[in-house]
Ligand binder design. Structure first.
Ligand SMILES: Cc1cc2nc3c(=O)[nH]c(=O)nc-3n(C[C@H](O)[C@H](O)[C@H](O)COP(=O)(O)OP(=O)(O)OC[C@H]3O[C@@H](n4cnc5c(N)ncnc54)[C@H](O)[C@@H]3O)c2cc1C
Length: 519
């Protein structure tokens, strides 16, 4: 018999003895168990607990108020045959492109995938070159290349999208190389070191099913007759060629500003959208861990936090927190500054970082053009670069920032940002309401997480691309106003993170093949 046990509590100290604790608590001799869900209850720092949902298989009857009969959930999808006479073309191989591509390939569609960046192995070298020599490859960097924007990230897999597809996607990540703790962790994350392998394995499955990849190739234009004739540029030699299709999936991500501007010129209907701007904050990892878990921190993984508040009708929140992580130079355009964060699977770096972001609404930037949000981001990213003219990120320390002063140098915390910092008034490269929002946020967050306003914590600007500032409109069949074009994922305004982009890609592919899928 298989039982489900809810609310099974143990001390973090005892995690390695979980099996013997189950055995003793239920007086079992012969049994198998599986962790279905694992979370940390740290509301009381003097009594932190791990809370499990477990499946236990045993012949003995288990009597307990938290026990029910276990029913296995089925997350599998069916794969109807792709029945059109064209091959779908997917532009962009981030999470949206990977999961639409994988599903369509399994339906026999033999998708053609166009990716402006390099294969993940070469992309890594391009990123290293930027870190070491400040030579940015504008098509192969932290934003662009195989695996998309989240490949060199913390790989957090949390999402507010409620969907059964979540479990399907997590299972696929595990099948392609992720550790299986992402199937049960309350806050699952993969880590950059595993993401690289997973992305490569998904590519290889798609190829084995007849899919075709064009890396270092950019989608640059299209015309429409009976088919869409799309123009692809080989970025190695600048030669162009055309492909005909009736299914063009635009999984381009929010940094493909040149592509979005081209789509706007080609009359794809789009609308302005809210996004956020702010800075990264770096603390010592041990301080954050202690603040979250007290003395139990030595038995627990690096601590995560997610904080938010409201002031003057604007949301202020921490975003993409990277425990034991690194602040990344994440730009895709020369002479701009843009930061974000990443971690390896072990999250064992010296610092923990997170963005502090403030809502930016269309009324803040609207000058009458749908692309005004993009121009607004570009303006501030260039301002931030022009302060040092050297990829040094504009920065300040919390104490000076809160007192409207400028720190002269780092104090007790070292930075992980690779190109060095340029201490300045951050108001020189961010709107005033964003600066005020960050100040309010730091003060409020310190009430919720002691030490958040550590005077030595480092604020590093600027983080301006938390999500897309435009949405390309689509109907219930997921088609844009131009037949055959499917706007998908974050760049088109339908996702905000790895999981939601993957779900959007998958749902688009399910719609194309007419898969009867019900949530
Ligand atoms: C450093 C960093 C850390 C992050 N950490 C996390 C995290 O921990 N958890 C999380 O959920 N999210 C994280 N994100 C956000 C997440 O990566 C994105 O939300 C997600 O990747 C969006 O997926 P997507 O498929 O819609 O687009 P993207 O991943 O942006 O992929 C778009 C792809 O399209 C390609 N492309 C664009 N234009 C063209 C063109 N014209 N021709 C050909 N190819 C083109 C690009 O090269 C790119 O590979 C992070 C982002 C960054 C930059």
């Amino acid at each position: 018999m298989k039982y489900q046990i809810d609310n099974f509590k143990i001390s973090p100290k005892d995690f390695d003895d979980l099996e013997s604790i189950i055995k003793n608590r239920f007086k079992l001799d012969d049994f198998k168990y599986k962790i279905l869900h694992k979370s940390i209850d740290a509301r009381d720092k003097s009594n932190v607990n791990l809370i499990f949902r477990l499946m236990i298989e045993t012949n003995k009857k288990i009597n307990n108020k938290n026990v029910t009969i276990y029913e296995e959930e089925n997350y599998n999808l069916s794969y109807p045959k792709y029945s059109y006479d064209d091959r779908p073309v997917i532009v962009g191989f981030g999470p949206a492109g990977m999961f639409s591509g994988l599903y369509l390939a399994r339906c026999g569609a033999k998708p053609i995938i166009i990716e402006r960046g390099s294969k993940v192995e070469e992309r890594k070298k391009d990123i290293d070159e930027f870190i070491k020599n400040k030579k940015l490859n504008i098509n192969s960097n932290i934003q662009f290349g195989e695996g998309g924007a989240g490949t060199f990230s913390d790989g957090k897999l949390t999402t507010s999208v409620k969907s059964k597809l979540n479990k399907f996607i997590l299972n696929e990540f595990v099948k392609h190389g992720a550790k299986d703790d992402i199937l049960y962790d309350h806050m699952p994350h993969i880590g950059t070191d595993y993401l690289e392998l997973i992305v490569k394995n998904i590519r290889e499955e798609i190829i084995s099913l007849g899919g075709e990849f064009y890396f270092n190739h950019q989608f640059i234009d299209f015309d429409k007759d009976d088919y869409l004739n799309i123009t692809i540029k080989n970025l190695n030699n600048n030669d162009c060629f055309k492909i005909k299709t009736n299914h063009l999936l635009l999984c381009i991500g929010h940094s493909a500003r040149d592509t979005i501007k081209k789509l706007y010129d080609k009359k794809l209907k789009m609308t302005q959208k809210s996004f956020s701007m702010g800075v990264r904050i770096e603390h010592k990892k041990n301080d954050i861990d202690y603040s979250q878990y007290g003395e139990f921190s030595k038995y627990l993984p690096s601590a995560y936090y997610k904080l938010s508040t409201h002031k003057d009708d604007r949301g202020i929140y921490t975003f993409c927190m990277c425990p034991g992580g690194y602040v990344m130079a994440s730009q895709s355009e020369e002479n701009t500054i843009l930061v974000n964060g990443m971690s390896n699977n072990k999250r064992d770096g010296e610092n923990s970082n997170s963005a502090i972001l403030v809502d930016v609404k269309p009324e803040d930037y609207d000058k009458g053009n749908e692309l005004d949000g993009i121009y607004y981001q570009e303006y501030y990213e260039k301002l931030a670069f022009n302060l040092s003219k050297d990829y040094k990120a504009p920065a300040n320390l919390v104490k000076e920032f809160l007192n409207d002063e400028v720190a002269k140098s780092l104090r007790s915390i070292n930075t992980t940002y690779p190109h060095g910092l340029y201490f300045t008034d951050l108001g020189k490269c961010l709107p005033k309401f964003v600066i005020n929002g960050i100040k309010n946020g730091i003060i409020d967050f310190d009430r919720k997480l002691k030490g958040f306003n550590n005077p030595d914590a480092i604020l590093i600007g600027i983080e301006s691309r938390s999500s897309s500032p435009v949405r390309i409109l689509r109907n219930e069949d997921r088609l844009s106003n131009i037949d055959g074009i499917y706007p998908v994922g974050e760049g088109c305004g339908y996702a905000g993170g790895i999981m939601s982009a993957a779900i959007d890609g998958l749902r688009t592919a399910l719609t194309i093949v007419g898969c009867e899928y019900k949530e």
